[in-house]
Design a protein around this ligand. Structure first.
Ligand code: 13P
Length: 243
């Protein structure tokens, strides 16, 4: 599987950042797929700046409905029209700051697929859940209930306690969780579940990318802070094994 290195810019990035970043990532040789998920305001600009480069642009959320009286929301067809081909869904910052439930995430994933976007559904346990020995159970429940029937997309395993903290699980813990995720995907989705990409996210940096990306069933990375610098994102991509 060709690895996917995805940058989640979260609520960072201004118009002035787009050209330089796009030029830097366009210019670099790469053996992975690359995806930039900027704030909604920059999707159209990034899509233009990256046109023809093979580097994809994605959103960070979408509403389950195609349109309607939903102040502040953006729909999947709107993202597609702006030039996005992916959308991150159910990120822990949405689950915990915006009260998003598994069912809500499943509705969004369905809308994304219908609009022709590739959903990236995020799952992951809190530190308290890991300490209580519940990590695999929590992740299993999230997978069983956040993925709609016939789900086709990407899973990102992001332990909540590893996001933005500089801490990562051990390699053994990442490998064990990705194997568990693969088993649930196969159980829930059958044969197609065996071919979906599973990304690791949570404090991925140039310094730890090679060891994380070499683990079995780790098909790429979802990168937060380090994706804001083109140089770091490219270093992470360069550290990925040739798939
Ligand atoms: P950091 O890479 O900043 O830990 O963020 C991870 C993340 O939340 C990506 O979606």
């Amino acid at each position: 599987m060709r690895p996917l290195i995805a940058g989640n810019w979260k609520m960072h990035g201004r118009l002035a950042d787009v050209q330089g970043f796009a030029q830097a990532v366009r210019a670099a040789a790469r053996h992975t797929d690359l995806l930039i998920c900027p704030p909604f305001t920059l999707i159209d600009r990034f899509a233009t700046a990256l046109a023809g480069s093979g580097i994809a642009v994605g959103g960070q959320d979408c509403h389950p409905a195609p349109e309607g009286a939903f102040t502040g929301d953006v729909s999947a067809p709107m993202l597609a029209e702006a030039g996005a081909s992916y959308v991150i869904l159910g990120h822990s910052e949405r689950r915990y700051c915006h009260g998003e439930t598994n069912a809500r995430v499943a509705g969004k994933a369905e809308a994304a697929m219908f609009a022709g976007l590739t959903p990236i559904v995020c799952i992951g346990e809190t530190e308290a859940q890991r300490d209580a020995g519940e990590a695999e159970h929590v992740v299993r429940q999230q997978l069983m209930h956040s993925l709609p029937e016939g789900f086709s997309g990407i899973i990102a395993y992001e332990p909540v306690w590893a996001i933005g903290t500089g801490r990562t699980p051990t390699e053994a813990d990442v490998a064990a969780m990705h194997a568990a995720i693969r088993a649930v995907l196969a159980e829930k989705l059958g044969e197609p579940g065996k071919a979906l990409k599973i990304l690791y996210g949570g404090s991925v940096k140039p310094g730890n990318a090679a060891s994380l990306l070499a683990l079995p069933e780790v098909d790429g990375a979802l990168v937060g802070g380090a994706s804001l610098k083109a140089e770091d994102l490219l270093a992470i991509a360069a550290a990925a094994p040739r798939g």
